[in-house]
Ligand binder design. Structure first.
Ligand SMILES: [Zn+2]
Length: 304
C-alpha cells in the first residue's frame, strides 16, 4: 500500500496508524467471525440528508418504518435463529423511540453510537463532533443505563479527530474503516481503538438504498443480495475474515428481504466453524487476546 502513496501525500496524511492482527481467529479457532450491525437511521437519517425534511411527513414515515414496523420482526428473527447483533442508533431516534431501544436491550443485543442526528463527521469540526458524541451518549445512556462502547460512522464519514474523540469518550471500538478483512488496531493521539472493519460489499444501502429525500432506486432483488453475501461469507470461511454486514431496518426489514435474510442466516448457521458475536464482544475479545502497539511511532502498520 505504501508504495502507491507519493512522498508528498504521505507528509500530508493524518497521524493515524493501523496495525493488523496476524492470524486472527475466534475463541475456538474460527476463521470466520460474524457480527451483524443494524444502522437504525430512522427519522434522523432523513433529517440529516435534508434539514427541511422535518416537515416532509412522507420521508419521515419511511424512516420511521424501520423502527415501528421493522425492528419487532428483526428482533423476532434474531430470537428465532439465536443470533446476537449490534444496533447503532442515533440519539435523536432513541429519544423518539425509547420503547424500541428498550426492546433491543431486553433482547440482549448491543446498543451502540451512531451520532445524534446521523451527522456525517467528515463535514464537522472537532468541536462539532465533540457535541455530537456527547449528545448521542447522553441519549443512549439515559435509556439503556449504559454508555455505548462503540460507534459506526453515519455515511462512513471519519476524520482523524473522530477516532481521537472516540478514545476520549471512553469508547473501545470503531466500526467504519476498511483496510483489512479482520479486526485490527488503530492508534490515535489519545490512545488505541479496536477497529472492526466494515465493507461496502456487505452494506445493504449499496444494493437497496432509496429514500424520498436521498433518492436512489430499487436496484436488485433480494436474491441478488443473497448471492453476493453468501459468496462473501463462503470466501471468508475459506480465507478468514470478519463478516460484518451493515443493514438498515427500513431497507432489510421489508418482508421480502427479511424472508431472504432468514434463508441466508440459516445457511450461515449450518456451519459450526463460525463465531457469532456482538461488536462489543469482538472488541473485548481483541483487547483480551492481543496488545495494541506501544505507541504510534513504534507500530509496524501503515499510515492512513
Ligand atoms: Zn446510518
Amino acid at each position: 500500500m505504501s508504495s502507491a502513496i507519493s512522498h508528498r501525500e504521505t507528509k500530508t496524511l493524518p497521524s493515524i496508524e493501523t496495525t493488523p492482527i496476524n492470524n486472527f481467529r475466534g475463541p475456538n479457532g474460527e476463521l470466520c467471525v460474524v457480527s451483524i450491525g443494524w444502522h437504525v437511521d430512522g427519522e434522523a437519517g432523513v433529517i440529516a440528508t435534508d434539514a427541511k425534511a422535518t416537515h416532509h411527513v412522507a420521508a419521515l414515515s419511511e424512516g420511521a418504518y424501520g423502527v415501528s414496523t421493522a425492528i419487532p420482526r428483526i428482533l423476532e428473527m434474531h430470537r428465532a435463529l439465536e443470533i446476537p447483533s449490534s444496533f447503532f442508533i442515533p440519539g435523536y431516534v432513541a429519544d423518539l423511540h425509547p420503547d424500541a431501544v428498550e426492546a433491543v436491550v431486553n433482547a440482549e443485543h448491543e446498543v451502540a453510537h451512531h451520532g445524534y442526528m446521523h451527522e456525517n463527521c467528515f463535514y464537522l469540526s472537532e468541536s462539532e463532533q465533540q457535541d455530537v458524541f456527547q449528545k448521542g451518549i447522553q441519549s443512549l445512556q439515559h435509556i439503556t443505563g449504559k454508555a455505548p462502547v462503540g460507534w459506526s460512522a453515519p455515511g462512513w464519514g471519519v476524520t482523524p479527530e473522530t477516532l481521537k474523540l472516540l478514545c476520549e469518550f471512553g469508547m473501545i471500538y470503531d466500526a467504519s474503516l476498511m483496510e483489512y478483512d479482520n479486526p485490527y488496531w488503530v492508534t490515535t493521539e489519545s490512545g488505541p481503538l479496536v477497529e472492526l472493519p466494515i465493507s461496502m460489499i456487505l452494506d445493504d444501502w449499496e444494493i437497496f438504498g432509496a429514500s424520498p429525500v436521498a433518492g436512489g432506486g430499487i436496484n436488485a432483488t433480494a436474491e441478488t443480495a443473497f448471492q453476493i453475501w453468501k459468496e462473501e461469507f463462503d470466501g471468508m470461511r475459506r480465507f478468514g475474515g470478519f463478516f460484518s454486514p451493515t443493514f438498515h431496518p427500513n431497507l432489510m426489514g421489508r418482508p421480502g428481504r427479511l424472508n431472504m435474510l432468514y434463508r441466508l442466516f440459516e445457511y450461515m448457521r449450518s456451519f459450526d466453524d463460525v463465531w457469532w458475536a456482538t461488536c462489543e464482544d469482538v472488541a473485548r475479545y481483541v483487547q483480551a487476546t492481543t496488545s495494541p502497539p506501544a505507541h504510534a511511532n513504534t507500530a509496524t502498520g501503515t499510515r492512513l
